[in-house]
Design a protein around this ligand. Structure first.
Ligand code: SAM
Length: 221
């Protein structure tokens, strides 16, 4: 038995994913006045992300169910004890990663979110999943909150906040990534700079894409 597949977490995740599916119409409506070009521009901007995510502050924007399971399996198989996450939202990915820490025997997950109402929802969800003792949610812009007081050695990094900031967040964490550390970047196609960096072995990574738009990378040096 695993923490992921048993109560209280399993029924909680079923409900949260169902709610995320039901929220899709409202999520689309929140950006419906923007043209495709404007939306793409905001997704790729290193300055407009606050405005974009402000519009989406009531939207779960969660990883897919499949990516969630994958996160759990990667964290289990790598025996991760220290995890950093960029982009908490309602905490759905956080719940998967924290469940893996629990089943690995414990650890520490630092996650970052700038929308206060989302931080509150994530805290409630982590409490409902009885995983809050493993997770520190840092409220504020991750460019600041992840720039201080990180663990000496990090086993796994999930990038799922503003896509254009993936290289900057990697800069903050890179020196602490263990050899063999895994990095999962969701919707990485929106960050061509990031993809170019992790796909070049000279930069110390091995990397591959899968499941449409997820990039899995490993620190090799
Ligand atoms: C795609 S959602 C994260 C979904 C979450 N990982 C999950 O699967 O449940 C991205 C989140 O990152 C937050 N975010 C975006 N840029 C951020 C930044 N620079 N600092 C902190 N939070 C940020 C947004 O407010 C949004 O809630």
């Amino acid at each position: 038995m695993t923490t992921l597949t048993t109560a209280p977490l399993s029924p909680l995740l079923d409900r949260l994913f169902d709610e995320a599916d039901a929220a899709e119409v409202a999520t689309s409506a929140a950006v419906a006045d923007l043209s495709d070009e404007q939306r793409l521009g905001m997704m790729r901007s290193k300055t407009d992300y606050r405005a974009l995510y402000g519009r989406l502050k009531n939207a779960p924007l969660a990883v897919s169910r499949e990516t969630g399971v994958l996160l759990y399996m990667l964290a289990r198989s790598s025996r991760a004890r220290t995890i950093v996450e960029f982009g908490t939202s309602f905490g759905i990915s956080t719940l998967h990663l924290a469940a893996a820490l629990r089943d690995n025997g414990g650890g520490r997950l630092i996650t970052s979110e700038f929308e206060p109402s989302k931080v509150a929802r994530a805290q409630n969800n982590l409490a409902a999943g009885r995983l809050n003792d493993l997770v520190e949610i840092r409220e504020g812009d991750a460019l600041q909150t992840l720039s201080i007081d990180l663990p000496e050695a990090i086993d796994l990094l999930l990038l799922d906040g503003a896509k254009a900031l993936y290289p900057e967040i990697l800069d903050l964490v890179e020196s602490r990534l263990k050899a063999g550390a895994l990095i999962v970047a969701d919707n990485a196609d929106y960050s061509p700079d990031y993809l170019a960096r992790v796909r070049s072995p000279a930069n110390g990574y091995m990397s591959t894409s899968f499941a449409e738009d997820v990039e899995l990378s490993m620190r090799i040096g």
